[in-house]
Design a protein around this ligand. Sequence first.
Ligand code: NAD
Ligand code: 6OD
Length: 485
Amino acid sequence: MTHIQNFINGAFCDGAEGKRFEKRSPLTNAVIATVAEAAQADVAAAVSAGRAALKGAWGRLELTARVALLTKLADEMDRRAEDFIAAEIADTGMPAGVARHMCARGSANFRVFADMVKNVPTEFFEMSTPDGTGALNYAIRRPVGVVGVVCPWNAPLLLMTWKVGPALACGNVVVVKPSEETPQTAALLGEVMRDAGVPDGVYNVVHGFGPGSTGEFLTAHPGVNAITFTGETRTGAAIMKAAAEGARPVSLEMGGKNPGIIFADADLNAAIEGTVRSCFMNTGQVCLGTERVFVERPLFGRFVAALKQAAEAMKIGAPDAPGVAMGPLISREHQQKVLSYYARAVAEGATVVTGGGVPDMQGAHQNGAWVQPTIWTGLPDDAAVCREEIFGPCCHVSPFDTEDEVIERANAVPYGLSAAVWTRDLARAHRVAALVEAGVVWVNSWFLRDLRTPFGGAKQSGIGREGGVHSLEFYTELKNVCIKL
Ligand code: NAD
Ligand code: 6OD
């Protein structure tokens, strides 16, 4: 059986207290690996290793050498792409095509930010002084230091490297706490870092759980200078409290209850295709996914019928089975949560258009975390399934009559991560995009990403922005130097 270890100061190791936990397959619920749980002492060792790297070879590396090293790392990740994909599939059960797509972002996250730091301009101001000699001001960026990176399970490699890539490009060191559900790609990246020649202590991984475990030990550690987190809003709030001790900066990317808004003039095929992807891709476990669909009334009946047909055509199964579009959920525990919402929708009076249960699976797969793609209609906007993040392959579809109405209804939840708007009317697209309360709005598309753009959530979906210069802002400390002439 695979055993996954922590990666501290360039070496794989078990936890100081010898604790282990089990990782189960989402496909069968069988134990597929044991994982070394990091104790408080291991987290402290990882932070110290990071600090030493900042003072040592890594801290002294010139920008061009750092960029070259991270580019070499990206090349090495591409060379090991099949290993990353296999590890991601084993942990998550996602279809091979989805894993391939997500894992491609792993090396891209290093390449793009390594490229970006080469071109950061500086501020420069001449000033006059009372003695007439003048002074020059210029700003320089310095790494913030040791960055704690706390990650979720839904797109493990993509979301971890989305933080680690810019953090290292800016000259920081990281201590990563992967989700307890998905330890493998973070561990594999340790091997690749070593092979690429990244100095010891720059990239550290500590496995474990959240409260009372590794996540809490990491976020409470006073040697961690900044914390970047992706996960549930509730967890983000706990991390923000931990970061308040020592007044450390946080970047929080959290939950969503994202609307899809389809106007009657939309390209129907494109809107259906995009909405199917946004509701069901990765078994609905995408923070940017759509769980509330609003359709302009003249199109409502046709849209629901087409969405139903597309959902029912999706093949559910093992990652490598031909034509599979949807895998299991991450765990049996998450399956129970999603199924509880399926039951709740019915209890609240929903019409179940399709799904609502567990698909008929064969053999060992009978024990996996499978659910059917599910569509509801007929609920009021204040029903629990229309307000709370479910994080499963499901959506509620309701009709609307006016632009003002749909904007108000789209905004009537505490979250504000993303929105997808489907219309051929460009003026309306601009109006709606400006008024919908979300950090990211897609018009006639979904999950189209350019890593130079700001990314993050409004309201309870996030604090701060990453992406492009915004990542550089978070992962560097700006210092002004004033030189009296
Ligand atoms: P989660 O909040 O349960 O866990 C995320 C990470 O935090 C895990 O590593 C966990 O061990 C750790 N953790 C939990 N409690 C902690 C604590 N008190 N202190 C320190 N660490 C702690 O989230 P999840 O279930 O892994 O992921 C799903 C959630 O992530 C969904 O809400 C989804 O919307 C969100 N998400 C958001 C984005 C985004 O970009 N906004 C992206 C992906 C996922
Ligand atoms: O594309 C990204 O950079 C990003 N952070 C995606 C988040 C996906 C959420 O599941």
